[in-house]
Each structure stands twice: as structure tokens, then as C-alpha cells.
Ligand binder design. Structure first.
Ligand code: FMN
Length: 203
């Protein structure tokens, strides 16, 4: 596992590799250029094929586009994140549907009894959070595939956002995501990444 990096071993062309990973950054500022509903649909149409346990797909996305919706969110956002959330053309609240199991007879039809394995709410919520978080990773890459920049933020009052936007009691807010085109001074110097030998071991 100490071989040098070899981008040519990857099936994806270099332009796509850079777009999705090497040149992609976490944006802290955004231009006014809007993110359209059609772009959001194109992103979701791509990333919905990525895998989840039981094919359960627990991620739910609430888009906050209007000024009124944004004003409801800002009090729950940490002070360091408030300015970028206020200026992003689109903010998504990424949440887990704790009752995702209700759809399993349709989404996992060869094992319809899977729904009944998930009757315990606490265990189900853990599954929902884990798989929705995986889907958030897919979503970040999908946003980049659309040529947009993403700004994920965990610095917010998740319980407060859940209460404000999901009063039904079946969803849990996990992460906020600013979306748009990067603005001036959108990022600082790239931070170091761990090397392959530090991360990967072979037995
Ligand atoms: C789950 C998650 C939560 C994050 N929360 C915040 C946050 O609350 N505020 C913030 O400024 N950046 C946040 N970030 C951004 C990270 O600090 C950033 O992605 C990382 O330093 C890599 O930056 P780069 O993509 O520009 O290389 C978060 C990123 C992720 C994936």
C-alpha cells in the first residue's frame, strides 16, 4: 500500500477526478448565481443510485430558498456559520427519516419482512442516521458533479432545527448544506490529508 499515487489506474477521467475531488473545495462564500430546482433534481437523479442498507434510502432534503424560510433557520446556526448560510443562494437541511422502514416492502420487495425487523425505534433511528449520513457523502459528490460548490455545516442546533422544520417527530436534522457557486475568498489554503499508509492496512 506504499505505491505512489497513480490517477491513471482510475476508470474516471482526470477532469472528472479533479472536479469531484482534487480541485473541489468546501466553499465559505457564494456568488448570487442561483441554484435551480432542475439542478437539484439532476443531482438527486444521479446520487439516488448509491447504496444504502436494505435499500432504505432514509435521507430527506428540505430546501430553504425563500427569505422567510432562511430567517427561520438562522437563529439555530452557530455564529461562525451564520454569514455564509445567510449569503448562500440555497441551503438544504439534510435529515434522516426515522420511519424509513415503512417503505421497505416497496424498496426491498424480495424481503418484505425487513420492515418488521425494524420495529424498535432506537435501533431504527441509528440505522436511519447511519445510512442518511452515507447518502450525505454521496450528495456532496453529486453537488460537485453538477459543477457547484457545497458547504456542509454541523455547527447548528440540530434539535432546534428538527423542532422548527420537522414537527412530525419522524425526522432528525443531521447537517446543513450551503449550495452555490464559490464567491470571493471562498476558501483558505488546502488542509493536509492523511496518506494511504496512515489510513489503509492490509492483513
Ligand atoms: C460533516 C461536516 C461538517 C462540517 N461543519 C462545518 C461547520 O460547521 N462550519 C464550517 O465552517 N465548516 C464545516 N465543515 C467544513 C470542513 O471543515 C471542510 O470540509 C474541511 O476542512 C475540508 O475543506 P476543503 O474541502 O476545502 O479541503 C464541515 C464539513 C463536514 C463534511
Amino acid at each position: 500500500m506504499s505505491a505512489p499515487a497513480a490517477p491513471d489506474l482510475l476508470a474516471l477521467d482526470r477532469v472528472a477526478q479533479d472536479l469531484l475531488f482534487r480541485a473541489a473545495r468546501t466553499a465559505n462564500t457564494f456568488t448570487d448565481e442561483p441554484v435551480t430546482d432542475a439542478q437539484v433534481t439532476a443531482i438527486h437523479d444521479l446520487i439516488r443510485y448509491a447504496p444504502t442498507a436494505y435499500n432504505g434510502q432514509p435521507l430527506r432534503v428540505l430546501l430553504l430558498r425563500s427569505a422567510a424560510a432562511r430567517a427561520r433557520l438562522l437563529p439555530y446556526v452557530s455564529s461562525g456559520n451564520r454569514a455564509k448560510t445567510a449569503s448562500a443562494p440555497l441551503v438544504a437541511v439534510l435529515a434522516a427519516d426515522v420511519d424509513f422502514h415503512e417503505r421497505l416492502p416497496e424498496l426491498f420487495p424480495h424481503r418484505p419482512q425487513a420492515r418488521d425487523w425494524l420495529t424498535d425505534r432506537a435501533a431504527r433511528a441509528e440505522q436511519a442516521r447511519f445510512n442518511a449520513t452515507l447518502q450525505i457523502g454521496y450528495l456532496l459528490v453529486g453537488v460537485r458533479a453538477a459543477g457547484l460548490a457545497a458547504g456542509p455545516m454541523a455547527g447548528f442546533d440540530a434539535a432546534g432545527v428538527t423542532g422548527e422544520f420537522f414537527p412530525d417527530g419522524r425526522h432528525e436534522a443531521l447537517l446543513l448544506l450551503n449550495l452555490g457557486h464559490p464567491g470571493p475568498d471562498a476558501w483558505r489554503e488546502r488542509l493536509p490529508r492523511l496518506s494511504t499508509p496512515e489510513v489503509v492496512r492490509t492483513l
